[in-house]
Ligand binder design. Structure first.
Ligand code: AMP
Ligand code: TRP
Length: 332
């Protein structure tokens, strides 16, 4: 069977983009693939995380997987630092990837910003660790949001170069799975910026744990333009904020963007926003409530992570052993 690997960083509150772009798809893939879903704490510390909060954030992301419907009996759920092979394989990939490849990564450029010289080395080699996450399990498919596409291309390049340099056909060439009507959910304050856990403005995003009032308020305050909703997709695409809200509506209602637009074309934003808020509360509310329930019982969440780490390590171990042999490390 084909194998799925994906991950989310425990670096803040889970938001609607994480749900619609990633974890909702995790749930839908469970029956057709062997799935491994990771909470990538090694990735999170590429930007400093308060040690007092990191464990809590790790449980928070785990709770979001469970609340969205990932079944820990069927799929593997674990935190990255619990399986040492991720860091070990990442080192080998640091020696396979080329500096020129990493220099092209747009996420590094965005996150490092003007302070490039002061960014952590970890932030720079982050995509090598991501390739290691995936290939440590020889995963064939990786469900992610649109923003991770470039990192997955790099993963393919690393697999190819490793195979070529060592004269083997060892690693698979991984396929990205980017699907749904919300592969790139934008900020509610700025339709040209991605909705993100780390945006300083809480009004820019809908958190999965927001209550009904907060969800409705944030949607009501979402930036829009003064015109009624357009009649055609071409016109919609010229208006980033309107396009974003219609995309969110389509994804939540599980219909296509043209179908969603057909329902609201020509109407004013006020009415549409009310409808969108009701739908968001209906779909996100129960997930948030379940997350609250799960985080009240950290013992239960920790037990799932522990069992997941054991199952993940059992898959990773023989693969890492093969890799060490291919590279020529002495294993006395
Ligand atoms: P991160 O929060 O950066 O760890 O992202 C975890 C997963 O959620 C990745 O698959 C991302 O591509 C996806 N994701 C994060 N933000 C968004 C967004 N605004 N729209 C769609 N997908 C997203
Ligand atoms: N880089 C991803 C993000 O920030 C998270 C991630 C780390 C990941 N390792 C992964 C996603 C492996 C898919 C597969 O969104």
């Amino acid at each position: 069977m084909n194998r799925i690997f994906s991950g989310v960083q425990p670096s803040g509150a889970m938001q609607l983009g994480n749900y619609l772009g990633a974890i909702r798809n995790f749930v839908r893939l469970q029956d057709d693939y062997d799935c491994i879903y990771c909470v990538v704490d090694l990735h999170a510390i590429t930007l400093w995380q308060d040690p007092k909060l990191l464990a809590e954030q790790t449980r928070h992301v785990t709770a979001s997987y469970l609340a969205a419907g990932v079944d820990p009996k069927q799929s593997i759920i674990f935190n990255q630092s619990a399986v040492a092979g991720h860091a070990q394989l990442a080192w080998i990939f640091n020696c396979v990837a080329r500096i020129g490849w990493l220099n092209r990564m747009t996420q590094f450029k965005e996150k490092a910003g003007k302070h490039r010289e002061n960014a952590s080395v970890g932030l720079y080699v982050y995509p090598d660790l991501m390739a290691a996450d995936i290939l440590l399990y020889k995963a064939t498919h990786v469900p992610v949001g649109e923003d991770q596409k470039q990192h997955l291309e790099l993963t393919r390049d690393i697999a190819q170069k490793f195979n070529h340099d060592y004269g083997v056909e060892y690693f698979p060439i991984t396929e990205p799975l980017i699907f749904g009507e919300a592969t790139r959910v934008m900020s509610l304050r700025d339709g040209t910026k991605k909705m993100s856990k780390s945006d300083p403005s809480d009004y820019s995003r809908i958190n999965l744990t927001d209550d009904a009032d907060a969800i409705a308020l944030k949607i009501r305050k979402a930036r829009t333009d003064p015109h009624p909703l357009p009649e055609t997709i071409e016109d919609l695409e010229k208006r980033p904020e309107a396009n974003n809200l219609v995309g969110i509506y389509a994804a939540l209602a599980d219909i296509s963007r043209p179908e969603a637009l057909a329902k609201v074309a020509g109407t004013q934003f006020a009415g549409f926003k009310q409808e969108l808020a009701d739908l968001a509360v209906e779909k996100v509310g129960p997930i948030g409530a379940e997350m609250q329930r799960l985080t009240a019982d950290p013992g239960h969440v920790d037990a799932i992570l522990k069992e997941g780490a054991e199952r993940a390590a059992a898959i990773a171990e023989p693969i890492l052993k093969d890799v060490m042999e291919i590279v020529g490390f002495l294993r006395p």
